[in-house]
Write a protein that binds this ligand. Sequence first.
Ligand code: HEC
Ligand code: HEC
Length: 497
Amino acid sequence: MSLGPVAVTIAVVFILGGLAYLVNSGRGARPGREVPPNLAPYLTDEDLENSRLNKTLVTALFSSAFLAIALPVYFLTESGRQADFTEMFEEEAVHIGEEIYMVQTPDNPEGFGCITCHGAEGVGGGATYVDPRTGASVTWEAPALNDVLYRYTEEEVRYWLVWGRPGSPMPAWGVEAGGPLNDQQLDFVTEYIRSIQLPQEEVLAQVDTRVQAELANLAAATASIDLAIEQQEGQLAALISAPERFAAAEQLIKDLTQVLALADQGLDTDLDGLSDDTELQINRISELAFANVGTDATDATAGAADRLILRLDRNDPFSTIDSLGEPVPDLEAATNLLDELSSQVAALGPLAANNETIVASAEAALANLRDAQEAERYAVDFPALADSAFGGDLEAAQRAYGLYSAYCARCHTAGYSAGPVSQLEPGSGALGPSLRDGRSIVQFPDFEDHYEFIVNGSENGQAYGVNGIGRGWMPGFGAVLSEADIRLIVEYERSLR
Ligand code: HEC
Ligand code: HEC
């Protein structure tokens, strides 16, 4: 039992006891009525200062002493109780925030799926996204959130939550920006983000891995563009043939329906409900479907080729094996073929109807890819970089590029998060300003000012450099990167022409 109620109980008992005592003593000692009290001589001092007075005074002293001790003790434990309560409330907030972070399910109706892009516990991830600049469908990297409070203040994080990142897959979540989350929900999710922040040693320990990953990506850039071109060519071919395949599928549905209507006419050797002749005709239709409808090159028809080919055997009522290895009755296999053709019609219909527009945008995307392949905007001439900015130190040049790519490029190189296919030259500018043509030297004539800016980041409404006005959008990297690494990045930025 806590102290509060005990103290109150004791105080009430004391007061009641006192009152009872007064009433009682008054009753017993009523003087005689003969002489009016104002005329009778009053008690002498000797009579008054008796042991009863002493007892009363001692009792008063003890009660005051009790209150003098009990109240401060109560006061002290009360603040602890409040802290416990706050802690409980924070735990609850983290818990609700985590639910918001997770995917929506029947068990978690308040899930908004941050995890699908930012990964479990905020380790980072990606999102499929149509890049507005190139029109290409890409996987856009989503940053880690388990270190975001080392880069941004909570207020700055709140800004991104409310407004999102235009030009990236990050949606606006705040109600004032038309999003679904109210202020309290944003508090909860912020509380969750705070709870998943890594210890700083771990954040610093990630640097080398991230630098290596960037250098590996660069080494694989050419191959990844070649692969993207190959895939895009396949898609384009599939789109161009969509109207023909659509027409073929429609025709074959008609033919197959007709054949099935007469399926029980004629000799049926394996007694499976399909006459021998029907089985032959179905096989022929399936061959035509395989040749004229299916292609594995588009999502809409992926894997379709397998489902389109049938080889019914007139001596075997189960001539087909399904994907689980189970034999399928021939009649059911024929109906499956009909279903498959219908879903092809549904998938190919829209592609056939808007074919010109769709083909044109796929061609444009392919042209972009070929352009990227040719321009090699991602390419870095490390020996030249080493000579011009790092006194010939090749390793320093590579590390500087890797650091810039891991920590800065997503905001300062257009399309960087979409991979080498979409990216423009390093420092071309995106959410953050362009750093090419020696712009950072113009903004920060003094190296140390440039360095300090990267350490602290920008603040909303505060001027920086020669003519910069901060919006609080540029993170500070002082708690994420070592001084030596930040100096390498600054050298690199100052070398961008
Ligand atoms: C569809 C994918 C997607 C979803 C869903 C998503 N984000 Fe993001 N988020 C991103 C991307 C991508 C970025 C970085 C954008 C860029 O490249 O500038 C980002 C940026 C952020 C940032 C800024 C971090 C930084 O270092 O720049 C925060 C904070 C954030 N998201 C939190 C959230 C929270 C909380 C949720 C859920 C309520 C959420 N995001 C849902 C894709 C997503
Ligand atoms: C989340 C996006 C983001 C990231 C990541 C980022 N920046 Fe910035 N940066 C900005 C924005 C936005 C500005 C403009 C200031 C503002 O709006 O607050 C800026 C400004 C700058 C400027 C001043 C440029 C000028 O001409 O005014 C420099 C230099 C700079 N950033 C360097 C870096 C470096 C180095 C890194 C990596 C260590 C980095 N930035 C990472 C967004 C970013």
